[in-house]
Design a protein around this ligand. Structure first.
Ligand SMILES: [Zn+2]
Length: 309
């Protein structure tokens, strides 16, 4: 090994000394965090979080359990056998969450986050959904984000963590951001925020409607998503898009995911959202959501938000 130049060595020594001094201070401020092991059907969650939050460790645990419950009801089990969830301090409210390799989630909770903020949070559920789909090539980030964005509220409305009115309102208000703008080249080639998150979510909503139309409302995106997990396709795996689409379609017994990708992946597809909400019987007057049970797809709308049995 070549000796380090003198000046570099001094810098290294200073850095080493600073680290030795600083580490225990950081550790005392935020760690040892409280640690807890939560058991869900089919999975174990190792949780650690700092002490210096406005919410108690019991409130943090209840928040994680609430998010996990949505996944467990949706899939019939927790999507992975083991995950570590690390709560980090900082930011505002609940923010800055990342899922890694189907094994780990990091999520920030600020020091002034309240109990109400935790109850209103959707982000942890969203990250947990990332545990339930293989990693894809970068062109298909919209597929991963669309899955988590659409299935998170579907799972939560079906156990009434959110109301049907809230579920539809969020879609009606948010979905226009997912429509193609001038210059769009389809979901696979347009990596803007709107097309990735809301465009992906729109793909999933349309897939859900088509699956239900083709199966007399008996199958849904849930059957597709369960099939991928049953095939071992959790977040620790790397799959190509064709395999994923094949397994989604095999889970519902009809070709929807593949066809829809052929349609929306390579070129911009404009969706008439006003017509879509009208056909589902979702009416938003700018303030309140109401429902029209005489609408042609009213039964599909009811199927999407039907309580889990
Ligand atoms: Zn995400």
């Amino acid at each position: 090994m070549t000796p380090l130049p003198h000046r570099t060595r001094i810098v290294v020594l200073i850095l080493a000394a600073m680290t030795l001094v600083a580490m225990p201070l950081v550790a005392r401020a935020d760690y040892p965090a409280f640690e807890a092991t939560l058991t869900e059907p089919g999975g174990v969650i190792d949780l650690s979080a700092p002490h210096h939050l406005a919410v108690s460790s019991d409130e943090i645990k209840a928040w994680v359990e609430r998010a996990a419950t949505a996944l467990t009801h949706f899939y019939g089990r927790y999507p992975v056998k083991h995950v570590s969830i690390t709560v980090l301090p900082g930011g505002s409210d609940v923010n800055g969450a990342v899922e890694y390799d189907g094994r780990r989630i990091e999520i920030h909770v600020s020091g002034d986050t309240t109990h109400a903020d935790l109850v209103a949070d959707w982000m942890l559920t969203h990250e947990m959904f990332h545990l339930s789909q293989p990693e894809l090539d970068d062109d298909y980030t919209w597929m991963s984000e669309g899955m988590a964005d659409y299935l998170e509220p579907v799972a939560r409305v079906r156990i009434r963590q959110i109301t049907p009115e809230r579920f539809w309102r969020d879609l009606v208000e948010g979905m226009p951001q997912g429509l193609p703008k001038p210059g769009d080249r389809g979901l696979d080639h347009t990596h803007t925020w709107g097309r990735t998150y809301w465009g992906g979510s729109l793909y999933w909503l349309i897939a859900d409607i088509h699956v239900r139309q083709k199966t007399d409302n008996k199958k849904s995106v849930r059957d597709a998503a369960r099939a991928v997990l049953d095939a071992g396709g959790d977040g620790s795996q790397d799959w190509n898009i064709d395999r994923l689409l094949d397994v989604y379609d095999s889970g519902v017994g009809v070709t929807v995911f593949k066809d829809l990708h052929n349609e929306m992946g390579g070129k911009p597809v404009m969706v008439d959202l006003d017509e879509l909400w009208k056909s589902l019987g979702v009416i938003f007057d700018g303030q309140n959501i109401t429902f029209n049970d005489a609408a042609p797809l009213a039964n599909i709308r009811r199927g999407i938000i039907a309580p889990e049995k």
